[in-house]
Design a protein around this ligand. Sequence first.
Ligand SMILES: [Zn+2]
Length: 73
Amino acid sequence: MQRIELPECPTCGNTVELFCKETRWAGTAQIRCVGHHHIGMGYSPGGEQGARAELFRRWQELTELETQGKNNG
Ligand SMILES: [Zn+2]
């Protein structure tokens, strides 16, 4: 299994948690830092890799927004 390096929470700096749950009909993927940020999405069965990549991308955007907010005071 491929080892993926998880990003960090822009608020507290902890490594985020990534969950993927797949049933026969649909999958649910979630990336989160408890109490700070949470992004979830659904995906088609077999699409876990794509879902993970999408969540990573969204987390990256979220991190950039958070960082900008801090810089602006
Ligand atoms: Zn956090």
